[in-house]
Design a protein around this ligand. Structure first.
Ligand code: PMP
Length: 384
């Protein structure tokens, strides 16, 4: 007979292929596992083995503790993707981009001004900007909320304003620009061809990128900042040095292995795989939402993409769902009642009428999400 197995979570039946009707689609987290199949195809080329005696040293080279070979591969990847100017720019590695976000706030806020620098972001925005700024509770900076509720003329000195600009934005995928015109931190976590057309290389003063959303290796905890100004660079470096004495060498070696593969054939196999996956998910998602009047998702606008040499739609990491009916002012609760778990608009300093759904989880998670969304819209249309 067959061995008796426990089916995993949502599945049942003799061969574990039947989806339980009770099972909710969890689209809450931004865990970017959707590229796992690509890395399975490249398993041997991206494997890392490190012997016990290897890479033991702190390795203080110039006090930066950064691999020059890795830095060169990152510069090459930017030139391949056409998404950022790196010539003549400084680079600092961080433990994920999360650490660099707070290093950047430290580096850009004034240590001498009589009042703290004002840190802002335009809503809807990724909540960590606020949470970190409040948590680190410095005399030099203070979180002031939504940049849209201020005018540049509200500030006596624009240089004491530090604005987070997330482009493409988490949660809605918009290619944002600064609204206040002071100092900026460009969070470019999603500025890669799989998520957005690349209209040209970003040339901002301080840009932050992360391996997490580029290749999906969020657990490796690796990000980098590209910085124009030498003083700002030195302050970011000082922050990383004091916080961690640099970034894990094991991590840097793994990132190098991964980026070497991403860089192969001018990035074509990697970015094509990633974009095709996102594009297919968006095609299926928009087809479901096109049948709904109760729920809508963000409008997408075509742009020329310098990487794919074509005009194309964005394929953002998240769907930003709006509940259109007056009475559905808690959209998260409406979806949850139909077994769909998202993150409430409140998390992003927006209204609860919005919910973010992650589209970058595994294929199984996406299939379950699409199934629950299809049921949701069929129910709206009286079919179930
Ligand atoms: N910035 C944005 C806009 C994000 O969405 C995320 C992850 N959700 C991060 C930064 C942080 O990512 P990490 O620390 O893994 O680089």
């Amino acid at each position: 007979g067959h061995p008796v197995c426990e089916c995993n979570g949502c599945y049942g039946g003799t061969d574990c292929s039947e989806l339980s009707p009770e099972c909710a689609a969890d689209a809450n987290s931004g865990d970017p596992v959707y590229l796992e199949p690509f890395w399975i195809q490249n398993a041997a080329d991206t494997a890392v083995v490190i012997s016990g005696w290897h890479r033991m040293s702190y390795d203080y080279v110039d006090n930066t503790m950064m691999s020059i070979e890795l830095e060169n591969h990152i510069r090459q990847l930017h030139s391949v993707a056409g998404n950022a100017v790196t010539e003549g720019r400084y680079m600092v590695f961080g433990v994920g981009s999360s650490q660099l976000l707070s290093a950047a706030v430290y580096a850009l806020s004034s240590e001498t001004a009589s009042s703290p620098s004002k840190v802002l972001a335009s809503a809807p925005f990724y909540s960590i900007y606020k949470d970190q700024t409040v948590f680190f509770n410095s005399e030099n900076f203070q979180f002031e909320g939504d940049a849209n509720s201020w005018e540049s003329s509200d500030f006596t000195n624009n240089m004491d304003v530090v604005e987070f600009v997330t482009s493409p934005n988490n949660p809605d995928g918009e290619l944002k620009k600064s609204v206040l015109g002071g100092k900026t931190i460009y969070d470019h976590a999603y500025y890669w061809p799989e998520f957005t057309p690349i209209p040209g290389p970003s040339d901002e003063d301080l840009m932050i990128f992360t391996l997490s959303k580029l290749t999906g290796h969020a657990g490796t905890r690796f990000g980098w900042a590209i910085i124009k100004d030498k003083n700002v660079y030195e302050k970011v470096l000082k922050y990383i040095y004091l916080a961690d004495m640099g970034i894990s060498k094991d991590t840097q070696l793994r990132v190098l292995k991964i980026l070497k593969v991403a860089n192969q054939e001018d990035g074509k196999p990697f970015f094509e795989f990633a974009y095709n996956k996102m594009r297919e998910r968006w095609e299926r998602l928009t087809s479901v939402f096109s049948k709904s009047t109760r729920f809508s998702i963000q409008q997408r606008h075509p742009l020329h993409c310098n990487f794919f040499h074509e005009t194309r739609l964005p394929s953002p990491a998240y769907a930003w769902v709006k509940c259109e009916r007056e009475e559905d002012d808690d959209c998260g609760a409406v979806l949850k009642a139909r077994k769909i778990i998202g993150s409430s608009g409140i998390t992003f300093s927006a209204e609860a009428r919005y919910t973010r759904l992650s589209l970058i989880k595994s294929q199984d998670d996406f299939e379950l999400l699409l199934q629950r969304l299809t049921e949701l819209v069929s129910h709206e249309n009286g079919c179930i």
